[in-house]
Design a protein around this ligand. Sequence first.
Ligand code: G6P
Length: 484
Amino acid sequence: MTNDPRRLVLVASNRGPVSFSFAEDGSLITRRGGGGMVSGMMSGLAAIAADVEILWLCTALSDADREAARRGDRVAGGPGDAPVRMLEIPPDMLDGAYNGIANSVLWFVHHLLFDTPNQPRFGAGFRRDWSRYMAYNVAFADALAQECRAGTRVLIQDYHLALAPRLLRERHPRARIAHFEHTPWAPPDYYRLLPDDVAVAILDGMLGADHAGFLAGRWAGAFLDCCQAVLGARVSRGAGGSGQVRYRGRTTEVGVHPLGVDGTALRARGRETDVEAHAVALAAIAKGRQLIVRVDRTELSKNIVRGLAAYRELLLTHPAWLGRVMHLAFAYPSRSELAEYRDYTAHVHRLAGEINAEFGTRDWEPLVLEVRDDYARSLAACRIADVLLVNPLRDGMNLVAEEGPILSERGCALVLSREAGAAALIGDEALVVNPYDVTATAEALHAALCMPAAERRRRAGAIAARASGRAPRRWLTEQLDALG
Ligand code: G6P
């Protein structure tokens, strides 16, 4: 079925595979869209683009995107040159749906991020944003319904579009619909922080799909638990966290699809000249010292502050490392529209400054914090890392944990949070930590730095093989095949 050239695959996501900006002369400059969800989808879809017809619907996120959408119904830049349709959503609707609900509420719920004595407070502002979120989902469902033909398969991505499967089902009862959630899923007690009607609407919206996919068995299991506890739906459980939900006369299959990395393509990119140049420059900074590397967005769930605190504790409790180790912390800007993210970024900077002031000497800078996003430099750091630190509080998967060992030249030891979805796939070859436990993280960093070179190499090789076995093509084909 997947190979039938006449079959259309529609993809829907908030952020799309392409974005625009204005050049000085007013013309439009095209850029590839960023982020974990977009890159996974892009490589998975590119791998099958010769076999199916693809159309990707996304939001016009900026003025330049809106201008591009006005100039043509379709823009180029999808996987394998597939067309992209950018939806023009009114800015206040987008702000309420994206910043107000998706980023400030749903992201916080699924990553367990609320400071509960103070937040959330679901008042009139929340209700205004919720109605915008509903309207945003209606806009997507209307556009998808326009594009649907007989046999079309629709892949709806993430928490931004939780209501869209049900809304599309109402408009196109026979559509084959999959929803994929790239984040974790909250357990019922935490999920129930949401107002009751909202908690129901989100689950009901997703159950409009034929297939609901998750990156790890834990997240699928938590979703099934919520369906049972919140909706009273009939739930049956299969292997590895998968299952079925029977609700409002329909059955939704719940599947677990861990996402890996196309190791061959990544290694090839990692050998290009820009990466090579950065690798030489970083090695010159390290001067033969062992390197602990992290690469993250400055995202609350990535736990950068406790990672820095663990590095500080390592230097305090194992002074033998003073002058012999360096921490390269890449923390790239993210969601700076939200006050919590601006405060968090300031905290990261403060702590980094304190560590360098406390331990630095004339010829040793213990910590290099880089906040300017540079993909080639990130790849270079992974190539030469001795230890990779990936310690999120909670993470759908975390591809850096897989990409680092693939790129690593000498084999790096991975210190990995047990709360990352990736732990289920590669945790047995990593040093697994409770991300809240700073002392345990410091000890894991010490153990990683002490790990014999041959063992680092063996473990990194095993992780690379496991991750490559779950390359995006397989991940995507599984979801399409689940739709028949
Ligand atoms: C990460 C998550 C995705 C999510 C994306 C949104 O990549 O893994 O699940 O869709 O962030 O990022 P954005 O920058 O668009 O808010």
